[in-house]
Design a protein around this ligand. Structure first.
Ligand SMILES: Nc1nc2c(ncn2[C@@H]2O[C@H](COP(=O)(O)OP(=O)(O)O)[C@@H](O)[C@H]2O)c(=O)[nH]1
Ligand SMILES: [Mg+2]
Length: 387
């Protein structure tokens, strides 16, 4: 096999990383037209938003968050530790650091291209005494890179395929800054196949299901959201899902409010909207997923005392970690009768997709809060599944 590894710009959060996985899976499918390429899953860790103190959040395998057998049914993947065991040690033969072109778009014309170029930014890797490259490598300190090259790339992920096939003889190649390349075909069949294969790990789904049953009077049977373990057989008719008797809310705060963005509401504005939705939809319950800090949370609880939140005990938090809690929040929002999210949050976007997979009427999904004084409050785009 030839192993393709990748990593993403450190400040990027969990849900953009999920999006980059789709681009890489697509690239591997293209590569596999010539050669036995396998995608190595970059361990999760040290994400900016995962701030729960005193729990270890590094070197987390994908199996803690996603069903590996489901991913496998789309494209061959393996965990990083399996790669180390199988490839004979913690070495990555060739690291390609993706970057844009220093000169930008020439003559303002967009064209797809790939070229080896001098590194634009300072390398995130340093040479050790033996001449190997050391770097973050997802918290695996013993990992070493043998070669590092900067590669200017402009275009969709699969433009890298000819370069990789014709110029790289290594058996393991890592693309760093993989978010530099775009989707081969956003929201096309290949996109959706990969997206549908990203089934959440079963233990997280079970916790979400139990929570819904206990606090939100919601079960798959009553709500008409039957779930197939095998995603290749899951094809819900649009509009067939009814959802649990609650409004699901994703209220993104932190960095989304620090910049005083016009498209993000105040807490007061959000609560006003939630109340009007409850009334209009004749629902009594509201589930709130949010990354609000303690202070905001206190205010929110005061204004909306009846809201339901998933709040794990310290013991459960240690098991699930921040990533698992976020996924459970997404699962619960995905099963609501009506969902409203936050403008251009990839966390909300992933919930849209999950609801699309479950077969909800788009009217109940593609909704977002408007900023308090926003003039044009454009609603999110409806992306239909291509089976
Ligand atoms: N549990 C939980 N975490 C959240 C919520 N909203 C944001 N977060 C955290 O903040 C991160 C936001 O980054 P990202 O996933 O990139 O989404 P985006 O920044 O909203 O596009 C998430 O990955 C979570 O770790 C929420 O409603 N619930
Ligand atoms: Mg983000």
């Amino acid at each position: 096999s030839v192993y393709l590894l990748y990593d993403v710009n450190p400040p990027e959060g969990f849900n953009l990383r999920r999006d980059v996985y789709i681009r890489m899976a697509s690239l591997v499918k293209t590569l596999r037209q010539r050669g036995d390429w396998v995608l190595v899953l970059p361990p999760w860790g040290r994400l900016y938003h995962w701030q729960s103190p005193e729990i270890d959040q590094e070197r987390i395998p994908w199996g803690e968050f996603f069903s590996i057998t489901s991913l496998q049914a789309n494209v061959p993947v393996m965990e990083y530790e399996e790669f180390i065991a199988e490839s004979g040690g913690p070495f990555i033969d060739h690291i390609l650091v993706l970057q844009s072109y220093a000169e930008g778009w020439t003559e303002g014309k967009w064209e797809e291209k790939v070229d080896v170029r001098p590194c634009i930014e300072k390398l995130a890797y340093t040479k050790d005494k033996q001449g190997y490259y050391r770097g973050w490598f997802w918290g695996y300190e013993e990992t070493r890179g043998v070669n590092v090259t900067c590669l200017s790339a402009q275009g969709h992920a699969s433009i890298l395929a000819p370069y990789l096939q014709d110029n790289i003889t290594a058996t393991s190649v890592m693309l760093d800054r993989a978010e530099t390349v775009l989707h081969d075909h956003y929201a096309g069949k290949d996109y959706w196949d990969t997206r549908r294969s990203m089934v959440f790990a079963k233990h997280l789904r079970i916790i979400g299901d139990e929570f819904r049953a206990k606090y939100l009077n919601s079960t798959d049977e009553k709500d008409l959201t039957p779930y197939q373990e095998d995603w290749t057989r899951m094809k819900a008719k649009p509009g067939s899902a009814w959802g649990g008797p609650y409004v699901g809310v994703h209220l993104r705060r932190k960095d989304f409010i620090w910049g005083h963005r016009e498209d993000v509401p105040s807490l007061k504005g959000a609560v006003k909207k939630i109340r009007s939705l409850l009334k209009k939809l004749k629902l009594e319950r509201v589930f709130v997923a949010t990354d609000a800090d303690e202070e905001e949370l206190k205010k929110l609880k005061k204004m909306l005392p009846e809201m339901v939140r998933f709040e794990p005990s310290q013991e459960n938090l240690e098991l699930l970690r921040d990533g698992g809690v976020a996924i459970i929040d997404q699962c619960i929002c995905a099963h609501a009768r009506y969902f409203i999210g936050t403008s251009v949050s990839t966390f909300s976007f992933r919930i849209h997709e999950e609801r699309e997979i479950l077969g909800f009427d788009p009217k109940t999904t593609y909704n977002r809060f408007c900023g308090d004084s926003e003039k044009e409050c454009e609603q999110p785009t409806h992306w239909k599944i291509v089976y």
